[in-house]
Design a protein around this ligand. Structure first.
Ligand code: CA
Length: 217
C-alpha cells in the first residue's frame, strides 16, 4: 500500500511517516500543497493523508483539484481541533474521513485500514490465492493455514502482487511500492525479495515476466 502524506509540520510528518512504515505502508511525504497535488495526480497511491493547513496550496484546494480531475483515491484529512468549518468543507469536497489533531496513531491506523477496505469494496480484507492467504490488517500470511514469517519488504511485494492478481506488474512499480521515491534501491534488492518469497512459499507462486517484472496467478 502506497500512501501520500501531505504534512508541513516536520515533527508530526516524521512521526507519521515512521508510524505508517511500521504498519507496512510505503510512504511518500510532501511538505507543501503543490508538490502533493502534482504527485497525487501523476502517480498511483492507495491513500492520501492530507493536512489542510499546507503552504503553497492549502489542503482544501488540493482536494478540490483532485476531485475535479476525477481522482478517486481515498483521502483522509487532518484538521485543527476547532476547525469545524474546514471539516465540513473537506467532506463536502469529497474527503472520505477526517481526524482532528492531536490524534492517536492507533486510531489513524484503524481509520486507514477501514478506508482501504471500503475503497476495495465488499469489506473483505483477506487477499487469497490458492493456499495463500494474506491479511493486510494483521500483516500476516498463511499458507495452507500455516503462518509464514515474511520480512516487511517481502510482505509488501507479495501484497502488491496479490492485489494485482493475474496481471504482470513492472519491476519499477514494485520497487516504488516497496521503497517509495526517496530511498536508494540496491540494483538487485527486488530480486532478493522475490528469491526469498519463492523459497518460503514455493517456486511456482511468483512468475517472472521476462524483461518486465513479475506476476502471481
Ligand atoms: Ca499544517
Amino acid at each position: 500500500m502506497r500512501v501520500l502524506l501531505a504534512e508541513d509540520d516536520p515533527l508530526l510528518g516524521d512521526g507519521l511517516k515512521t508510524a505508517l512504515q511500521a504498519e507496512g505502508y510505503t510512504v511518500d511525504w510532501f511538505k507543501d500543497g503543490r508538490h502533493s497535488l502534482h504527485a497525487a495526480l501523476g502517480e498511483a497511491f492507495d491513500l492520501v493523508i492530507l493536512d489542510l493547513g499546507l503552504p503553497g496550496l492549502d489542503g482544501l484546494e488540493v482536494l478540490r483539484a483532485l476531485r475535479d480531475r476525477k481522482k478517486d483515491v481515498p483521502v483522509l484529512i487532518l484538521t485543527a481541533r476547532d476547525a469545524l468549518d474546514d471539516r465540513v468543507k473537506g467532506l463536502d469536497l469529497g474527503a472520505d474521513d477526517y481526524l482532528t489533531k492531536p490524534f492517536d496513531l492507533d486510531e489513524l491506523a484503524a481509520r486507514l485500514r477501514s478506508l482501504i477496505r471500503r475503497s476495495h469494496g465488499r469489506g473483505v480484507t483477506l487477499l487469497e490465492y490458492e493456499a495463500i492467504a494474506l491479511d493486510p490488517a494483521t500483516r500476516s500470511v498463511k499458507q495452507g493455514g500455516r503462518e509464514v514469517e515474511l520480512t516487511l519488504k517481502e510482505f509488501k511485494v507479495l501484497r502488491y502482487l496479490l492485489e494485482n492478481l493475474g496481471k504482470a506488474v513492472s519491476r519499477r512499480r514494485l520497487e516504488e511500492t516497496v521503497y517509495g521515491w526517496d530511498t536508494e534501491i540496491g540494483s538487485n534488492a527486488l530480486e532478493v525479495h522475490i528469491h526469498n518469497l519463492r523459497k518460503k512459499l514455493g517456486q511456482k507462486l511468483i512468475k517472472t515476466v521476462r524483461g518486465f517484472g513479475y506476476r502471481v496467478g
